[in-house]
Design a protein around this ligand. Structure first.
Ligand code: SF4
Ligand code: SF4
Length: 285
Protein backbone atom coordinates (compact mmCIF):
# COMPACT_ATOMS: atom_id res chain seq x y z
CA UNK A 1 0.00 0.00 0.00
CA UNK A 2 1.02 3.58 -0.31
CA UNK A 3 3.34 5.17 2.14
CA UNK A 4 5.35 2.11 3.07
CA UNK A 5 9.09 2.26 2.96
CA UNK A 6 9.37 -1.44 2.16
CA UNK A 7 7.48 -1.82 -1.08
CA UNK A 8 8.12 -5.54 -1.53
CA UNK A 9 6.84 -6.22 1.92
CA UNK A 10 4.21 -3.58 1.68
CA UNK A 11 0.96 -4.62 3.09
CA UNK A 12 -2.16 -4.74 1.21
CA UNK A 13 -5.61 -4.87 2.44
CA UNK A 14 -8.49 -7.13 2.33
CA UNK A 15 -12.20 -7.36 2.53
CA UNK A 16 -12.75 -8.47 6.02
CA UNK A 17 -15.43 -10.87 7.15
CA UNK A 18 -17.55 -10.22 4.11
CA UNK A 19 -19.79 -12.88 2.75
CA UNK A 20 -18.93 -14.45 -0.58
CA UNK A 21 -21.70 -12.34 -2.07
CA UNK A 22 -20.76 -8.90 -0.83
CA UNK A 23 -17.04 -9.41 -1.31
CA UNK A 24 -17.46 -9.80 -5.03
CA UNK A 25 -15.78 -6.88 -6.77
CA UNK A 26 -17.56 -7.53 -10.02
CA UNK A 27 -20.98 -7.50 -8.48
CA UNK A 28 -23.64 -6.02 -10.70
CA UNK A 29 -25.61 -3.30 -8.96
CA UNK A 30 -29.29 -2.87 -9.50
CA UNK A 31 -30.41 0.74 -9.91
CA UNK A 32 -32.90 0.20 -7.07
CA UNK A 33 -30.03 -0.74 -4.73
CA UNK A 34 -27.90 2.31 -5.42
CA UNK A 35 -29.05 4.28 -2.39
CA UNK A 36 -28.66 1.32 -0.02
CA UNK A 37 -25.08 0.31 -0.79
CA UNK A 38 -22.75 0.05 2.20
CA UNK A 39 -19.84 2.48 2.28
CA UNK A 40 -19.44 6.01 0.93
CA UNK A 41 -19.85 6.46 -2.78
CA UNK A 42 -16.88 8.24 -4.32
CA UNK A 43 -17.37 9.97 -7.64
CA UNK A 44 -14.65 11.09 -10.05
CA UNK A 45 -12.68 13.95 -8.53
CA UNK A 46 -13.98 13.41 -4.98
CA UNK A 47 -11.46 12.88 -2.24
CA UNK A 48 -11.10 10.21 0.39
CA UNK A 49 -8.52 9.94 3.14
CA UNK A 50 -6.37 6.90 3.50
CA UNK A 51 -2.85 5.80 4.26
CA UNK A 52 -1.68 2.30 5.12
CA UNK A 53 1.68 1.85 6.79
CA UNK A 54 3.50 -0.56 9.01
CA UNK A 55 3.35 1.68 12.11
CA UNK A 56 -0.41 1.33 12.42
CA UNK A 57 -1.72 -1.05 15.08
CA UNK A 58 -3.91 -2.72 12.48
CA UNK A 59 -0.96 -3.61 10.23
CA UNK A 60 -1.54 -7.08 8.76
CA UNK A 61 -4.96 -7.42 10.36
CA UNK A 62 -6.89 -7.01 7.13
CA UNK A 63 -5.34 -9.99 5.36
CA UNK A 64 -7.30 -12.48 7.45
CA UNK A 65 -10.82 -13.86 7.46
CA UNK A 66 -11.34 -13.01 3.83
CA UNK A 67 -13.42 -14.27 1.01
CA UNK A 68 -10.90 -13.07 -1.53
CA UNK A 69 -12.11 -13.49 -5.09
CA UNK A 70 -9.46 -14.10 -7.71
CA UNK A 71 -10.29 -12.87 -11.19
CA UNK A 72 -8.60 -14.33 -14.26
CA UNK A 73 -5.92 -11.63 -14.49
CA UNK A 74 -5.21 -12.01 -10.76
CA UNK A 75 -4.52 -15.69 -11.16
CA UNK A 76 -2.32 -15.10 -14.20
CA UNK A 77 -0.12 -12.62 -12.37
CA UNK A 78 0.05 -14.60 -9.15
CA UNK A 79 1.07 -17.87 -10.77
CA UNK A 80 3.76 -16.04 -12.75
CA UNK A 81 5.00 -14.21 -9.66
CA UNK A 82 5.27 -17.53 -7.83
CA UNK A 83 6.73 -19.23 -10.91
CA UNK A 84 4.04 -21.88 -10.83
CA UNK A 85 1.99 -23.41 -13.57
CA UNK A 86 -1.68 -22.48 -13.55
CA UNK A 87 -2.52 -26.11 -12.68
CA UNK A 88 -0.14 -26.09 -9.70
CA UNK A 89 -1.42 -22.71 -8.50
CA UNK A 90 -5.04 -23.82 -8.74
CA UNK A 91 -4.27 -27.03 -6.86
CA UNK A 92 -2.35 -25.26 -4.11
CA UNK A 93 -4.16 -21.97 -3.65
CA UNK A 94 -7.66 -21.94 -5.03
CA UNK A 95 -11.16 -22.96 -4.04
CA UNK A 96 -13.60 -23.15 -6.93
CA UNK A 97 -17.15 -22.48 -5.80
CA UNK A 98 -20.27 -22.84 -7.90
CA UNK A 99 -23.05 -20.69 -6.52
CA UNK A 100 -26.70 -21.25 -7.38
CA UNK A 101 -27.13 -17.76 -8.89
CA UNK A 102 -24.39 -18.05 -11.52
CA UNK A 103 -23.54 -20.77 -14.04
CA UNK A 104 -19.80 -20.06 -13.90
CA UNK A 105 -17.83 -20.81 -10.73
CA UNK A 106 -16.21 -18.22 -8.52
CA UNK A 107 -12.54 -18.65 -7.75
CA UNK A 108 -11.41 -17.81 -4.24
CA UNK A 109 -7.97 -17.73 -2.72
CA UNK A 110 -7.71 -20.60 -0.25
CA UNK A 111 -6.83 -19.19 3.14
CA UNK A 112 -4.52 -20.91 5.60
CA UNK A 113 -6.13 -23.47 7.82
CA UNK A 114 -5.50 -21.47 10.99
CA UNK A 115 -7.83 -19.87 13.50
CA UNK A 116 -7.86 -16.54 11.64
CA UNK A 117 -7.96 -17.91 8.09
CA UNK A 118 -4.84 -15.95 7.24
CA UNK A 119 -3.95 -15.19 3.64
CA UNK A 120 -1.26 -17.66 2.53
CA UNK A 121 0.83 -14.78 1.20
CA UNK A 122 0.90 -12.78 4.41
CA UNK A 123 4.25 -12.45 6.17
CA UNK A 124 5.08 -10.45 9.30
CA UNK A 125 6.52 -7.80 6.97
CA UNK A 126 3.44 -7.63 4.76
CA UNK A 127 2.32 -9.10 1.46
CA UNK A 128 4.80 -11.53 -0.08
CA UNK A 129 3.23 -11.18 -3.54
CA UNK A 130 2.82 -7.41 -3.45
CA UNK A 131 3.72 -6.72 -7.13
CA UNK A 132 1.13 -9.31 -8.18
CA UNK A 133 -1.43 -8.77 -5.45
CA UNK A 134 -5.01 -9.33 -6.58
CA UNK A 135 -7.24 -6.57 -7.88
CA UNK A 136 -9.32 -6.52 -4.69
CA UNK A 137 -6.21 -6.00 -2.53
CA UNK A 138 -4.88 -3.38 -4.93
CA UNK A 139 -8.07 -1.35 -5.06
CA UNK A 140 -8.89 -1.52 -1.32
CA UNK A 141 -10.28 0.48 0.51
CA UNK A 142 -12.31 1.18 -2.59
CA UNK A 143 -14.76 -1.46 -3.78
CA UNK A 144 -16.16 -1.33 -7.27
CA UNK A 145 -19.43 -2.45 -8.74
CA UNK A 146 -21.03 -2.19 -12.15
CA UNK A 147 -24.33 -0.38 -12.57
CA UNK A 148 -26.28 -1.45 -15.64
CA UNK A 149 -28.81 1.12 -16.84
CA UNK A 150 -31.68 0.27 -19.14
CA UNK A 151 -30.79 2.84 -21.81
CA UNK A 152 -27.07 2.10 -21.98
CA UNK A 153 -25.13 -0.94 -23.16
CA UNK A 154 -22.03 -0.06 -21.13
CA UNK A 155 -22.21 -0.26 -17.37
CA UNK A 156 -21.23 2.60 -15.09
CA UNK A 157 -18.52 1.79 -12.56
CA UNK A 158 -19.52 2.64 -9.01
CA UNK A 159 -16.77 3.17 -6.42
CA UNK A 160 -17.40 2.84 -2.71
CA UNK A 161 -15.02 3.81 0.09
CA UNK A 162 -15.49 0.90 2.42
CA UNK A 163 -12.69 0.15 4.86
CA UNK A 164 -13.63 -2.12 7.75
CA UNK A 165 -14.03 -0.37 11.11
CA UNK A 166 -10.70 -1.66 12.44
CA UNK A 167 -8.75 -0.19 9.51
CA UNK A 168 -6.91 2.79 10.96
CA UNK A 169 -5.71 3.94 7.55
CA UNK A 170 -9.03 5.75 7.08
CA UNK A 171 -8.13 8.15 9.91
CA UNK A 172 -4.85 9.25 8.33
CA UNK A 173 -4.57 12.63 6.63
CA UNK A 174 -3.36 11.65 3.17
CA UNK A 175 -6.02 12.40 0.58
CA UNK A 176 -6.73 10.82 -2.83
CA UNK A 177 -9.15 10.86 -5.66
CA UNK A 178 -9.93 7.67 -7.58
CA UNK A 179 -7.44 8.31 -10.38
CA UNK A 180 -4.60 9.17 -8.03
CA UNK A 181 -5.31 6.09 -5.94
CA UNK A 182 -5.46 3.85 -9.00
CA UNK A 183 -2.16 5.27 -10.27
CA UNK A 184 -0.52 4.85 -6.88
CA UNK A 185 -1.58 1.22 -6.69
CA UNK A 186 -0.90 0.47 -10.38
CA UNK A 187 -4.48 -0.76 -10.51
CA UNK A 188 -5.55 0.50 -13.95
CA UNK A 189 -4.81 -2.62 -15.98
CA UNK A 190 -6.18 -4.87 -13.24
CA UNK A 191 -9.41 -2.87 -13.06
CA UNK A 192 -9.77 -2.97 -16.83
CA UNK A 193 -9.21 -6.73 -17.04
CA UNK A 194 -11.60 -7.31 -14.16
CA UNK A 195 -14.26 -5.18 -15.84
CA UNK A 196 -13.84 -7.21 -19.06
CA UNK A 197 -14.32 -10.36 -17.04
CA UNK A 198 -17.26 -8.91 -15.11
CA UNK A 199 -19.15 -8.34 -18.35
CA UNK A 200 -18.74 -12.02 -19.22
CA UNK A 201 -19.50 -13.25 -15.71
CA UNK A 202 -22.76 -11.35 -15.87
CA UNK A 203 -23.77 -13.31 -18.97
CA UNK A 204 -23.55 -16.45 -16.86
CA UNK A 205 -26.48 -15.30 -14.74
CA UNK A 206 -28.41 -17.27 -17.36
CA UNK A 207 -27.33 -20.90 -17.59
CA UNK A 208 -25.93 -21.60 -21.08
CA UNK A 209 -24.90 -25.21 -20.44
CA UNK A 210 -28.14 -27.07 -21.06
CA UNK A 211 -28.09 -30.79 -20.35
CA UNK A 212 -24.28 -30.86 -19.99
CA UNK A 213 -24.53 -28.81 -16.84
CA UNK A 214 -21.92 -26.49 -15.31
CA UNK A 215 -19.38 -29.29 -14.86
CA UNK A 216 -19.59 -30.56 -18.43
CA UNK A 217 -16.90 -30.38 -21.14
CA UNK A 218 -18.04 -27.02 -22.51
CA UNK A 219 -17.98 -25.41 -19.07
CA UNK A 220 -14.51 -26.84 -18.42
CA UNK A 221 -13.24 -25.37 -21.70
CA UNK A 222 -14.60 -21.95 -20.74
CA UNK A 223 -12.94 -22.21 -17.31
CA UNK A 224 -9.64 -23.03 -19.00
CA UNK A 225 -9.87 -20.01 -21.32
CA UNK A 226 -10.32 -17.71 -18.31
CA UNK A 227 -8.20 -19.26 -15.58
CA UNK A 228 -5.55 -21.46 -17.14
CA UNK A 229 -3.41 -19.59 -19.66
CA UNK A 230 -0.89 -22.46 -19.83
CA UNK A 231 -3.52 -24.85 -21.09
CA UNK A 232 -5.29 -22.22 -23.18
CA UNK A 233 -2.00 -21.37 -24.92
CA UNK A 234 -1.50 -25.06 -25.79
CA UNK A 235 -5.10 -25.22 -26.98
CA UNK A 236 -4.63 -22.23 -29.29
CA UNK A 237 -1.21 -23.11 -30.67
CA UNK A 238 -0.96 -26.89 -30.41
CA UNK A 239 -4.44 -28.08 -31.34
CA UNK A 240 -6.41 -27.60 -34.56
CA UNK A 241 -7.72 -24.28 -33.18
CA UNK A 242 -6.04 -22.05 -35.78
CA UNK A 243 -7.34 -24.32 -38.55
CA UNK A 244 -10.89 -24.08 -37.23
CA UNK A 245 -10.85 -20.37 -36.45
CA UNK A 246 -9.54 -17.49 -38.54
CA UNK A 247 -7.33 -15.13 -36.52
CA UNK A 248 -5.27 -12.33 -38.07
CA UNK A 249 -1.55 -13.22 -38.26
CA UNK A 250 -0.53 -10.07 -36.37
CA UNK A 251 -2.81 -11.04 -33.52
CA UNK A 252 -1.49 -14.61 -33.54
CA UNK A 253 2.03 -13.22 -33.16
CA UNK A 254 0.92 -11.00 -30.30
CA UNK A 255 -0.83 -13.85 -28.53
CA UNK A 256 2.38 -15.89 -28.62
CA UNK A 257 4.31 -13.30 -26.63
CA UNK A 258 1.72 -11.45 -24.54
CA UNK A 259 -0.23 -13.35 -21.89
CA UNK A 260 -2.54 -10.47 -21.11
CA UNK A 261 -3.54 -10.32 -24.78
CA UNK A 262 -4.01 -14.10 -24.68
CA UNK A 263 -6.34 -13.73 -21.70
CA UNK A 264 -8.43 -11.04 -23.46
CA UNK A 265 -8.52 -13.36 -26.47
CA UNK A 266 -9.73 -16.12 -24.13
CA UNK A 267 -12.59 -13.86 -23.02
CA UNK A 268 -13.46 -13.21 -26.66
CA UNK A 269 -13.40 -16.90 -27.43
CA UNK A 270 -15.67 -17.73 -24.48
CA UNK A 271 -18.28 -15.31 -25.85
CA UNK A 272 -18.07 -16.92 -29.29
CA UNK A 273 -17.83 -20.51 -28.08
CA UNK A 274 -20.54 -20.35 -25.41
CA UNK A 275 -23.05 -17.89 -26.89
CA UNK A 276 -22.03 -17.62 -30.56
CA UNK A 277 -21.41 -13.89 -30.13
CA UNK A 278 -19.71 -12.43 -33.22
CA UNK A 279 -16.10 -11.43 -32.71
CA UNK A 280 -13.81 -9.16 -34.71
CA UNK A 281 -10.83 -11.18 -33.50
CA UNK A 282 -11.97 -14.73 -34.14
CA UNK A 283 -14.07 -16.03 -37.03
CA UNK A 284 -15.16 -19.59 -37.51
CA UNK A 285 -13.78 -20.96 -40.78
S1 SF4 B 1 -2.58 -11.15 -1.34
FE1 SF4 B 1 -1.32 -9.81 -0.10
S2 SF4 B 1 -2.53 -7.95 0.16
FE2 SF4 B 1 -3.93 -9.56 -0.53
S3 SF4 B 1 -4.79 -10.45 1.33
FE3 SF4 B 1 -2.99 -11.66 0.81
S4 SF4 B 1 -1.28 -10.75 1.92
FE4 SF4 B 1 -2.98 -9.29 1.92
S1 SF4 C 1 -4.50 0.51 7.49
FE1 SF4 C 1 -6.18 -0.78 6.76
S2 SF4 C 1 -5.30 -1.68 4.90
FE2 SF4 C 1 -3.59 -0.95 6.13
S3 SF4 C 1 -2.97 -2.66 7.40
FE3 SF4 C 1 -4.41 -1.46 8.60
S4 SF4 C 1 -6.35 -2.51 8.20
FE4 SF4 C 1 -4.97 -3.13 6.58
Amino acid sequence: MSGLTRPKAAKGRGLSRHSAEDGNLVKSIDTKEIGKLPGRRINAGEQFRFRCHADLACFNRCCRNLNLFLYPYDLLLLKNQLQMTADAFIDAHVDVVLRPDNAFPDVLLRMRDDAERTCPFLTPQGCAVYPARPDTCRTFPIEKGLLYKAHSRSPETISLFRPPDFCLGQHEQMSWDLDAWSDDQAAGVHNQMTAEWAAIKRLFLKDPWGAEGPRGPKARMAFMAAYNMDRFRSFVFESSFLKRYRVKPALVRKLRRNERALLSFGFEWIKLFVWGMPSRQIRQR
